[in-house]
Design a protein around this ligand. Structure first.
Ligand code: BGC
Length: 755
């Protein structure tokens, strides 16, 4: 296809037509110019290809295929290679099924544990989500199939998901809600982005020029195309002008007419429309180049892989020596999920599987007794099931209870009401713990849950929603055939009320105010020094890891330099295992409010017993920076930064420090309300203070104040630093004319004290 020639030859109507779908899953074709139609499909933890009637809610049939662990589980692997491999396998499946684009991965942040789609998202941490997303995209697109990262942006709940507005400040947007998308663009090189239904500060994402053009294209250099979430368009012409390209699924053609009319009436530049057409044609060309409909894929092998992934993603939350279970013991499996595992969530990501392996089925060869324990479809007290479960538990050496969130609790389109699992399951676990001292709980669910019986359980293994082979993976982990190596990609708070978004979720009448600002997840719990159920990055193993030899390549750098950090990790236990080594950075003396620590690096290492490996990280400007609204950019303050290496965000094993010097000066504008303390932050201001007081820095002024004697010392100091410049006039130390002169000198041309 000669793209330039196509655009020249297309009529205005054809161009407008290309900007919306032909049907629910296909783009428009123009046969006379050889422009093909291409298919887009949901996923992204499997392929949801619908051959019959299309829908975006997981209602109608899709092809039978393999369901992998969902994003919430995948993220706990902290394993870029796993995500890359998954992307490649899905890429090949798309090629074999003649699918041009897979709608994923989902890169929204987990602002609240209640969001109904949390199982489709990776993390509460933007760096982790961005790194994993980028690896998945690289794997998928390496096969020539386009990724479509979603939902851009600040789409963090299901309540009023199609019409609400996420209201947040510029720093929060850039520091928390955008970086995962930025990584998908810059590192993953995603070819497509899906704009979200919701608005940001009152402007729908589909019409948001700041988001779709200023940030996405101008700041990040994005070259792919933007597709709407299904049905997210309101004003099509405004959308195109803002940077939106393809509308899906595409209405009855009225929108195309609106585009044509707007161009004819001069309200929309045809050149802008041509850009959109060019981007869509490039996508179609990529599809033609990568098509391999004759490709044969092996779904049996894919399914086995899915089981392997599930085992690598699981998180051992607690273990007081009950796990691994000696396979020669008599084991009670209790709970309906042992028979019918929960392995995926509901909605557009729903995969149609041939078979989901249960733990009961996978436990062949073990001495297992089973009791159903609860009825997942009929919550409430059930004495018969309880009695049977207690007897089964008593008669065994160990009781493994499969519990968690029923299907109806987690779905696209609805948020959860609370963080609880059904009360009958809570009761079951508590009662069994009274008759059996070895209690293990296996959890299924796509998001954090409250665990009131935590102290009574000897071990807790979280499988999240681990795909179609989750039962088999659970058995391998329980019996020690596989050593757990996953870590939590989100904090599990003690109770819902502790969550920082609690007072503002899900908002009122569609207005969702992100009042917790940058403090989501561990950023909040650490800042408030709160106890949590399980911290971000937490996960146990059947072996022990020892950390040593932290090395920071330099002790001082400029913000433009890279810094290599290394440490050693040794497997000090008796079995092979995998450890996720986490690197956090903190700046203690910032003049803006910053989190206690932020994840800036992670590596997963596999170690045999006794083996030691060196782990390396490279930090760059972004590792130290915060988003400074005065310059609308990332900024590193000069100062001392602590670099921490941890086995979790609350299990820091090594720490060192580095001085970072800023190479960027933030322009400061002084007003009558600026304080003497503000003056001391700039060279010119310091010179003035020196002239007035004979002293040029805070330490000297402090010592001067100290000379005033105890008691008055602190007050004098504060008075000095907090005094607005206009007060110097009030106290008769300067005339108004002199103050204006000072401001003129400090501000250059903008010589007024009025903001
Ligand atoms: C969902 C998207 C999905 C699309 C197509 C929308 O409702 O938000 O994630 O890709 O439908 O099914």
């Amino acid at each position: 296809m000669d793209i330039r020639k196509c655009i020249e030859e297309m009529t205005l109507e054809e161009k407008a037509g290309l900007c919306s779908g032909r049907d629910f899953w296909h783009s428009q074709n123009v046969d006379r110019l050889g422009i093909p139609s291409a298919m887009m499909c949901d996923g992204p933890h499997g392929l949801r290809k619908q051959k019959g009637e299309g829908d975006h809610l997981g209602i109608n049939e899709s092809i039978r295929t393999v369901c992998y662990p969902t994003a919430a589980a995948l993220a706990c692997s902290f394993d870029r290679e796993l995500l890359h491999e998954l992307g490649e396998m899905l890429g090949e499946e798309c090629q074999a099924e003649d699918v041009a684009m897979l709608l994923g991965p989902g890169l929204n942040m987990k602002r609240s544990p209640l969001c109904g789609r949390n199982f489709e998202y990776f993390s509460e941490d933007p760096y982790l989500a961005g790194e994993l997303g980028a690896s998945y995209i690289q794997g998928l697109q390496g096969k020539g199939v386009s990724a479509c990262v979603k939902h851009f942006a600040a789409n963090n709940q299901e309540t009023r998901r199609m019409s609400g507005s996420s209201n947040l400040d510029e720093r929060t947007l850039h520091e928390v809600y955008l970086p995962a998308f930025e990584a998908a663009v810059k590192k993953g090189k995603t070819r497509s982005i899906m704009c979200a239904y919701n608005g940001i500060n009152g402007t729908f994402c589909a019409e948001n020029k700041v988001l779709l053009t200023d940030i996405l294209r101008e700041k990040w250099g994005y070259e792919g195309f933007v597709v709407t979430d299904w049905g997210a368009v309101k004003d099509r012409v405004k959308g195109i002008a803002a940077g939106l390209d393809l509308e899906m699924p595409g209405g009855p053609g009225t929108q195309d007419g609106a585009i044509v009319k707007a161009v004819r009436e001069g309200r929309l530049e045809e050149s802008r429309l041509d850009e959109t057409v060019e981007r869509i044609l490039r996508f179609l060309q990529d599809y033609l180049d990568a098509r391999k409909p004759d490709m044969i894929i092996d779904r049996k092998a894919m399914s086995e892989k899915s089981g392997g992934f599930a085992a690598r993603c699981a998180v051992l939350l607690k273990n007081e020596g009950v796990l691994p279970i000696d396979p020669s013991r008599k084991i009670a499996f209790i709970g309906e999920f042992a028979e019918k595992p929960r392995y995926q969530g509901a909605g557009s990501s729903h995969i149609n599987v041939a078979h989901a392996a249960s733990a009961l089925e996978a436990a062949g060869g073990l001495d297992i007794v089973y009791a159903r324990g609860y009825d997942v479809h009929k919550e409430g007290k059930n004495d018969t099931l309880m009695q049977e479960a207690l007897e089964t538990a008593k008669a065994a050496d160990v009781a493994v209870i499969f519990a968690g969130l029923p299907d109806s609790y987690e779905t696209e389109g609805a948020d959860r009401d609370n963080m609880k699992i059904p009360e009958d399951q809570n009761r079951l676990i508590a009662e069994i713990a009274k008759v059996q001292k070895n209690v293990v709980v296996v959890l299924h669910g796509g998001a954090p849950m409250e665990l009131p019986w935590k102290d009574q359980a000897g071990a807790i293994l979280c499988m999240y929603l681990g795909g179609e082979r989750v039962g088999e993976a659970a058995v391998k982990l329980l019996t020690g055939q596989v050593n757990p190596g996953g870590k939590l990609a989100e904090t599990w708070p003690l109770r819902l009320e502790d969550n920082p978004s609690y007072l503002n979720f899900p908002g009122t009448d569609g207005q969702v105010n992100y009042k917790e600002d940058i403090y989501i997840g561990y950023r909040y719990y650490d800042k408030k020094n709160m106890e949590v159920l399980f911290p971000f990055g937490h996960g146990l193993s059947y072996t022990k890891f020892e950390y040593s030899d932290l090395r920071l390549e330099k002790d001082s750098i400029a913000d433009t330099d890279a810094l290599t950090v290394s440490c050693k990790v040794r497997n000090a236990g008796g079995v092979a295992g995998q450890e996720v080594v986490q690197l956090y950075v903190q700046e203690k003396n910032s003049h803006v409010s910053r989190p206690v620590r932020e994840l800036k690096g992670f590596e997963k290492v596999g170690l045999l017993p006794g083996e030691e490996k060196e782990v390396c990280f490279v930090l760059d400007k972004r590792s130290f920076a915060y988003y400074e609204v005065k310059i609308h950019d990332w900024y590193v303050e000069s100062g001392e930064y602590t670099v921490e290496i941890g086995a979790s965000s609350r299990d820091i094993r090594l720490s060192g420090s580095v001085k970072v010097e800023s190479t960027v000066e933030i322009p400061t504008f002084f007003t009558y309300e600026s304080t003497v303390g503000d003056l001391l932050k700039t060279a010119k201001g310091r010179a003035f203070v020196e002239q007035m007081t004979g002293r040029s820095n805070k330490a000297e002024i402090d010592s001067n104040s100290a000379a005033l004697g105890e008691g008055s010392e602190k007050m004098a100091q504060n008075m000095m630093f907090e005094m607005p410049l206009r007060s110097i006039v009030s106290f008769g130390r300067m005339t108004m004319e002199q103050l204006d002169g000072l401001l003129a000198m400090l501000n250059g041309d903008r010589n007024t004290g009025t903001p």
